[in-house]
Design a protein around this ligand. Sequence first.
Ligand SMILES: [Zn+2]
Length: 336
Amino acid sequence: MNISKRPSPTTPTVDFDRDGIQHGHLRLPWSRDDSAWGSIMIPICVIKNGEGPTALLTGANHGDEYEGPVALFDLARTLKPEEVKGRIIIVPAMNYPAFQAGTRTSPIDKGNLNRSFPGRPDGSVTEKIADYFTRYLLPLADIVLDFHSGGRTLDFLPYAAAHALPDKGQEKACFDGVAAFSAPYSMRMIEIDAVGMYDTTAEQMGKVFVTTELSGGGTISARTASIAKRGVLNVLKHAGIVSGAPEVEVTQWLDMPSSDCFVFSEADGVFEPLKDLGEKVSRGEIIARIHPIGRTGTAPSDYRAAMDGILAARHFPGLIKTGDCLAVVATLTGGP
Ligand SMILES: [Zn+2]
C-alpha cells in the first residue's frame, strides 16, 4: 500500500480517548460554489468505558445500502457507556455524500469509496474519506464490522462474510466474528476485484474484519433490519465489549469456491429469473433468461449455473445491460 504521510484535512469533533458517549462529526473541508469554506459533516459516535478492545462499526460505504445505517444510528442512540467495556466507534454512513444522495457512489466526484482505499489526503473527497479511515480510524480498531447490502442493482441472501486470508489465525478470528454475527447465511467470500477495498486495507493491517450482504434493491425490510441490529450486538458481545453471550441462530454456511460462481450478462434486455434467492441450482441448469426488447419473435439468451449450489445473489432491476452481474451461485458447506 502506498500511504501518504501528509496530514489529513479531516478533523474529528470527538475525542477518541474520552470516557462516556460523544455524538459528533468528522469535518472534511469541501470548498464549493455555495459554501466557500464549507465542510462535509460525517456523523460519528464514540462510546468508551475504561480499558478494552475497540470496535469500528461502519455502514453506507456504498450510499444506497440501508441495513448498516439503520442498525448503527439505532445502536448509537440506545447503547449506554456503562454497558460497554472498551471502545466503540460508530460511523453509520461512511460515504456520507453518497448516502445523502441515495446513490452507490459520491455525487461530488463519482467516487466509489470501496474502490478508493487506501485513499489520499490530497485526493478527491472520496479519497480523503478513505485516507482518514486508513490512517486514523483503522489503527484504533481491534475488530471492524462493515455493513453492505446489494444497493439498487443487486439483491442478496442475508449473510455475514469474511475472506480467505494468508494468515490462518487472522482468518479464523474473522470467521469467528461471522459466526457470532449469526445471519441466516454465513459466507466464505471472494471478490471480483479486491484492489482498493476497505476490506483489503483492514485485513492487510491485521484487523479482524467482518462484512455483510443483507438483501438489497436500494431499500430495507423489517427482517433484514432486525438481522442487522442483532448481528452488530452479537459481534460486540463476541468481542467482549458488551457483556452477555451472542444470540446465536442457525446459520447455513456458504462458499464461493472460484470465479465460476459469478454469472455476467452478455446482452441487453429484460431480465427473467428462473430461480429465486435461496433456491437450489445444478451445474448446467438455466437460472435466468434475457429477452431482447427491440422486436417480437427473437429468442431470449439463456444463462446457466457453472456449479451446483444455491442462488446467493441476483441482478435486481427488471432491465439488464451487457456486463452486469446477473447472478452469484454459492455452494453449501458445513463451515468456514
Ligand atoms: Zn456495498
